[in-house]
Ligand binder design. Structure first.
Ligand code: KG4
Ligand code: ZN
Length: 342
């Protein structure tokens, strides 16, 4: 029977973290993340290792999330999972588990789009944005400007034509010798650096799209040249390099965001995805919002990077519309954000 206040078990396994959350009556009652440390020393996620780690983590993480949420199996109304996009092996572990679990409990399973979930992370807690809502999603794999008219109706306005913003952070961090993922290290060192110390190019793409391959290449040549002259160049200038890189990436993002906001005259604007944890982006975004006369929204820190609470809130909206998956629903490595509901 349809329940207006459903209890949803949600599973996120699109990349290298196994995350499980329980949402009851629109409230997150548990939100667990089992992080995979195995990839750090490789400088990136190794897909085969990620799938194997998901297989080890999924049962204990689900068990812990149910326990922390004080949730019996009979309380669960639906099981949600990330269906796309992501690493196929990783997605398969979460999807197969969720569908079998739902089938065994005789309740619906709900497939969720990862990028839609990053945006709907804004609707987990108060204050929630009003619609129309413009969101800049910046993660390790994606950089998108998305306009939402309602929770399940979204339109992509701009996207990256090459690397994602998080990818740029991580690849440059790797050049500087930081472990994977290096974005948070760049953020940390940037706090003590001068953002104008070095100048890197800001890629200007026609329309509302983004490009980050230019800054990556520029930093690579810049480091090659300077390390050639002084082998300790990186060590001596880490803070200034990080601050200058971060300044350039943040400016690239905000220039396009600002263009779209002006064009569509949206008054409620947010940032989402792992890179929205970046302190430079958060600060610049809030200042920009004040100047532009917009309400700005940044999700709580734990809802910025990959988590299952965002899968649960998306599933909650889908549950209310009885928009369920079937046993035949399969994961997809690549898939555009669902543009229009119904
Ligand atoms: O959304 P997310 O957790 O996973 C994907 O769906 O990709 O985003 C991960 C990305 C990584 O590239 C990571 O370096 C970046 O978010 N990131 C940051 C910060 N925290 C996470 N980048 C810059 N500054 C941060 N503080
Ligand atoms: Zn993500």
């Amino acid at each position: 029977m349809m329940n207006d206040n459903p209890t949803i078990l949600a599973i996120e396994s699109s990349c290298d973290d196994t995350a499980v959350a329980v949402m009851r009556n629109h409230k997150v009652v548990s939100n667990i993340i089992a992080t995979q440390k195995v990839h750090e020393s490789y400088g990136g996620v190794i897909p085969e290792m990620a799938s194997r780690a998901h297989m080890q983590h999924i049962v204990p993480t689900v068990t812990l999330a149910l326990k922390e949420g004080g949730c019996d199996l009979k309380d669960i109304d639906a099981v949600a999972y990330t269906q796309a996009p992501g690493l196929m092996g990783s997605l398969l572990v979460g999807a197969s588990f969720a569908k079998s679990f739902a089938q065994s409990l005789d309740i619906p399973s709900i497939p969720v789009h990862h990028l839609q979930a990053h945006i709907l992370a804004h609707f987990i807690e108060e204050p929630k944005p009003n619609f129309p809502f413009l969101c800049l999603t910046v993660s390790g794999g994606h950089t998108q400007l998305v306009l939402s008219e309602s929770p399940l109706s979204m339109k992509v306005i701009g996207t990256t034509i090459d690397d994602a913003a998080g990818e740029a952070f991580d690849k440059i961090a790797k050049m500087l010798g930081f472990p994977y993922p290096g974005g948070p290290y760049v953020d940390q060192y940037a706090k003590d650096g001068n953002p104008k110390a070095f100048q890197f190019p800001i890629s200007r793409v026609p329309g509302y799209d983004f490009s980050f391959s230019g800054i990556k290449t520029a930093v690579m040549y810049f480091l090659k040249e300077n390390v050639g002259k002084d082998p300790d160049f990186i060590e001596k200038n880490k803070e200034d390099i990080c601050a200058s890189v971060q300044y350039t990436i943040v400016k690239t993002l905000l220039d396009q965001l600002s263009k779209v906001q002006k064009e569509y005259q949206v008054k409620h604007v947010g940032i989402a995805g792992g890179v929205s944890a970046n302190s430079g982006l958060r600060e610049t975004f809030e200042k920009w919002g004040q100047k532009a006369g917009c309400q700005t929204y940044i999700p709580a820190f734990e809802y910025c990077t990959d988590n299952a609470a965002m899968i649960a809130i998306t599933a909650y909206y889908k549950y209310l519309e009885q928009d369920f998956g079937t046993l035949e629903t399969v994961p997809q490595a690549k898939s555009p954000i669902p543009s229009n509901h119904g």
